[in-house]
Write a protein that binds this ligand. Structure first.
Ligand code: ADP
Ligand code: MG
Length: 707
């Protein structure tokens, strides 16, 4: 398949997407215009117009080889879901069938989706859920082993209109943000702005391992991560993998991934090796938030599917291996107006750019007021082992602005006036033939969870396997709230002189929310103490992050923008507790099986072999001290493992029997997770000394270094 996928990016880009060009070519002028109005202004489509669009979309898809279509949606499982229908209509009297797709079928689907997590929003007997076409994200044809399918991006809601997915709240939050941003910009005198949307670029990290080896490990197959495994002699300490040359097998894999993504209109741009061995990254060019979220799902899916074809396996888990870095997803976020300007662009002299400074302090305020909620948006089970582990951002939310902006904010807070901006200057290389390039005014800080990087913010907490919808829904809404606060006050107190109001508010926000700014080392223990002193929330586990979804403050925030109702928030918190408990339960059960059926027997076998060797050697009068020591050590690990597995089983059964909800999740976290750690220890120790051929699963060395 690799060869047939060749082609330059420009030729193939978007060829499987029903994009603007395809629409213009296919749709009658009037229909095209109506669709554009629906996309840009949210105008409702007439059913007849939808009929025409559906027909043309189907014709186009059939030309691409599609036999089926699916409403493609993003339930609260973190993945995407689809239910395929073929295009065939009911047989005609002649016995023939026609291919058809009606406007109604395009606009609305009804998957009987009672099995998707709803957190109690729907009982099984009221299973109706609707998928509703999101015409702002283009439909596409996906080719895979099962043929070609027309995928129609949709939102997923219950019969009573509650959101059951990631996308509905995201779209609602984008509307809220646009409305408040436009209102504010109008008050500042930019009357031409019609809409503002969040731009998002999600950098995706992942691991690649050999599929044969993967299949030999039950923990990878069932949980996506290794639950046992001793570190090899070499890990990532040499940093020789980071940005290193790609191994041929990986290079050929990435080439295929890019080609597939380009065909689907996903602007895959950057790829490189990451810090850990076998770890890589793919970054697309940023797009409108909802499209970026869809495209990130397509990226994750494509990474997995292409790996399969190459005899590889893509691991999206946040922490597939203990002892080497895990994977995250940097969520780059900025604000773009309908005429394409970036509201977070500081210009050369940020202290003079009042509008930029206002945007900046609004974000500071938003992050400070809702740090707990932002932290929650990055909470997923896999991320537990990564956040705060000196490889990923700490669990404490803070904002890194860089020297230049931090100085401007300091001036503002102190005097209410910023009179200068530190400039970047020239970078001197000390080599005469290398051109001196101008530097950014600010260095980077890799330890910050929320960093300003030139003309965007980068939220670095999100897990590699998680959807970025949640984090962006929160970001959009909390910033909309800051904008609303400013506009309310400008309209109330400063109608005659809005610019005076802007100055006052910038100063006030800078003073009030300065505590969220931190540019030091986020990994250091001193920062935790300092954060405590500043009163910043320190939320170290997912289970403790979830309550942020249902505080009075959060409910008021989301309800006032119609992003989530209280019921929806409560249901989401239930879904999250349950997801946590289920994931840990599966991990615990997998560990028990592996310990009992793989590792304990292997250790016993090794003891047996060493013992017979020792007896034989002893009979010949040899010194058997080495064998004895190994046997004693292994027997010790065996006993510890045996006891640990019993304890794990007991505590798992106890947690399983509890009712779903917070208490159950707490029990899994406080009882079961420590038991899992206790079981892992003796088995990892044993792995270091058990004879290689006896060890029943591929080791970390096999997985990380032998591709
Ligand atoms: P870095 O993280 O090293 O600064 P890049 O500048 O290449 O790397 O950007 C990383 C990601 O941020 C890419 O997905 C890129 O498209 C995205 N990005 C760049 N500019 C913006 C912006 N203004 N808004 C949102 N995302 C952006
Ligand atoms: Mg980055």
């Amino acid at each position: 398949m690799s060869d047939s996928l060749c082609g330059s990016a420009a030729d193939i880009f978007g060829e499987d997407v029903f994009n603007d060009m395809a629409m213009q070519e296919r749709l009658p002028r009037k229909v095209y215009k109506a669709l554009r109005r629906a996309i840009e202004e949210g105008e409702e489509l007439e059913l007849e117009t939808a009929d025409v669009i559906a027909h043309e979309m189907k014709e186009w898809a059939i030309e691409k080889g599609a036999s089926h279509y699916t409403h493609w949606f993003q339930p609260l499982t973190g993945a995407t879901a689809e239910k395929h229908d073929s295009f065939i209509s009911a047989p005609l009297s002649s016995g023939k069938v026609l291919a058809s797709l009606s406007g109604k079928e395009l606009i609305r689907g009804e998957p009987d989706a009672s099995s998707f997590p709803s957190g109690g929003l729907r009982a099984t007997f009221e299973a109706r859920g609707y998928t509703i076409w999101d015409c702002t994200s283009p439909a596409f044809v996906r080719h895979d082993e099962g043929g070609a399918t027309l995928c129609i991006p949709t939102a997923f809601c219950s019969y009573t209109g509650e959101a059951l997915d990631q996308k509905t709240p995201l779209l609602r939050s984008m509307e809220a943000l646009s409305k408040e941003a436009v209102r504010l910009l109008h008050l500042l005198g930019s009357k031409d702005v019609k809409s503002v949307y969040p731009s998002v670029g999600a950098e995706q990290e992942y691991f690649i391992v050999d599929r044969e080896k993967y299949l030999k490990r039950m923990d990878l197959v069932f949980t996506g991560r290794t639950l046992f495994g001793a570190m090899p002699p070499k890990g990532q300490e040499l940093d020789d993998h980071y940005f290193g040359t790609l191994r041929p097998r990986i290079a050929s894999y990435m080439k295929d991934v890019n080609t597939e993504l380009w065909k689907l209109g996903v602007p895959a741009k950057t790829q490189h090796n990451e810090v850990a061995p076998a770890q890589h990254e793919l970054a697309p060019i940023y797009e409108k938030a909802n499209i970026a979220v869809d495209h990130n799902q397509i990226i994750m899916h494509t990474l997995k599917r292409v790996a399969f074809r190459h005899g590889l396996r893509c691991l999206l888990h946040e922490k597939p291996f203990a002892g080497v870095n895990g994977s995250g997803k940097h969520d780059n976020w900025s604000l773009t107006t309908d005429d394409g300007s970036n509201l977070l662009d500081p210009g050369v002299t940020p202290h003079e750019n009042i509008q930029f400074l206002l945007m900046l302090v609004c974000v500071l305020r938003a992050v400070d007021l809702h740090a707990d909620l932002l932290r929650e948006s990055a909470a997923d089970v896999g991320n537990e082992a990564r956040l705060g582990g000196n490889e990923a951002p700490p669990v404490i939310i803070s904002v890194f602005l860089g020297k230049q902006l931090e100085d401007v904010i300091r001036q503002l807070a102190e005097t209410g006036l910023a009179t200068n901006s530190i400039s970047g200057g020239k970078l001197k290389t000390g080599v005469s033939f290398l051109t001196d390039v101008s530097k950014d005014a600010t260095d980077r800080n890799r330890t910050s969870p929320f960093a300003f990087t030139g003309n965007k913010f980068e939220f670095r907490m999100v897990g590699s396997h998680d959807s970025v919808a949640g984090a962006n829904t929160v970001l959009n809404t909390i910033v909309a709230e800051s904008f609303r606060d400013v506009s309310d006050r400008l309209e109330r107190d400063y109608l005659n002189d809005p610019m005076a109001g802007v100055h006052d508010i910038i100063k006030e926000y800078a003073v009030k929310h300065q505590r969220i700014i931190f540019s030091g080392n986020g990994y250091s223990p001193e920062w935790t103490l300092e954060a405590k002193r500043r009163g910043l929330p320190i939320i170290s586990s997912m289970v403790d992050a979830i309550p942020a979804l249902t505080t009075k403050k959060t409910i008021e925030l989301f309800e006032s923008f119609h992003v989530f109702s209280e019921t929806e928030l409560k249901s989401r918190s239930e879904v999250k507790y349950e997801a946590y408990s289920k994931a840990i339960n599966i991990e615990a059960r997998t560990m028990m099986q592996m310990a009992r059926r793989d590792f304990i027997p292997a250790i016993m076998r090794c003891i047996g072999e060493y013992s017979s060797s020792a007896s034989a050697a002893k009979a010949m009068g040899a010194d058997v001290k080495v064998q004895q020591e190994l046997i004693i050590k292994l027997s010790g690990y065996l006993r510890e493992a045996g006891e640990a597995v019993e304890r794990l089983e007991k505590d798992t059964i106890a947690a399983e029997s509890m009712e779903n909800g917070r208490a159950q999740a707490v029990s899994f976290r406080d009882r079961v997770v420590p038991d899992m750690e206790e079981l892992r220890k003796p088995i990892d120790e044993a792995e270091r000394i058990v004879e290689r051929s006896i060890w029943p699963v591929p080791s970390y060395s096999d997985l990380l270094f032998k591709i």
